[in-house]
Ligand binder design. Structure first.
Ligand SMILES: [Zn+2]
Length: 244
């Protein structure tokens, strides 16, 4: 069995060697490491070269970093994008009181880079699902994953109709909204992830927890874990253009 954690903030982990070893023991063959800021992007790039062929970098500016200097961010992303499998974590977040104008400005800039170079985007869309979808579609992005999607079914339908993916996190266990999205989505459009080191039930996650997501989603979908692993890993390899 091969699994991919398609969204992890591995630069925030302290004992990364052990964490990676546990991930490998749990059939994880690759981790997509997503950046959130100029600093975390730099950290991820160096970790990806250290764990070459296992950690795949995706760099971007998270909406909670909307104050970031756009020019510096764009320069960093463009000059490193050849080594990356995606742009992200990018998007909009309406949960917190962060200037929507600034969030949109930086998000649009990130989407334009994706459009130009043809690499996928890893999207954060908390409470901003419709706006994120609209911008992604308006700018003409062809490859995207709506990470940890927990939004309404109307937007989900548009996401799926456009061939985008959503990803399942360990929250599928206890979050009715996230679970609903996974129930409504065919396995051909689902990726698995942990959003490491996010805490679920008070416990910090790590990439090996992708097996927990696999087990719950397999139950929801009523298919074997082997089959689900096959399909979702294939989905990830296709989206991020990595060999499985
Ligand atoms: Zn994240």
């Amino acid at each position: 069995m091969k699994l991919i954690d398609t969204h992890a903030h591995i630069e925030e982990i302290h004992d990364l060697d052990n964490v990676i070893q546990r991930a490998k023991m749990n059939n994880v063959v690759a981790i997509i490491a997503v950046g959130s800021s100029i600093k975390s992007n730099a950290d991820i790039l160096s970790l990806a070269s250290k764990y070459n062929g296992f950690i795949y970098p995706s760099i971007g500016i998270h909406p909670i970093e909307a104050e970031t200097d756009i020019k510096t961010a764009i320069t960093q992303i463009i000059s490193n994008i050849d080594h990356c499998v995606a742009i992200g974590e990018i998007g909009l977040d309406y949960q917190y009181d962060i200037s929507k104008t600034k969030q949109k400005e930086i998000f649009e800039n990130m989407l334009q880079i994706s459009k130009k170079i043809g690499k996928p985007v890893s999207l954060h869309s908390r409470k901003a699902w419709d706006d994120v979808f609209s911008l992604v579609q308006t700018i003409g992005i062809s490859k995207a994953v709506f990470h940890w999607y927990s939004g309404p079914n109307e937007v989900l339908k548009k996401i799926l109709d456009n061939g985008y993916f959503i990803s399942a996190t360990p929250a599928v266990w206890h979050s009715p909204k996230h679970r609903n999205a996974i129930e409504m989505t065919p396995v051909e459009s689902i990726l698995l992830e942990t959003d490491t080191p996010v805490k679920y039930g008070g416990i910090p996650s790590e990439p090996s927890d992708v097996t927990k997501v696999l087990n719950v989603v397999a139950k929801i979908k009523n298919i074997s874990i082997d089959k689900l692993a096959d399909i979702t890993t294939n989905n990830a390899c296709k989206l991020f253009d990595i060999s499985c």
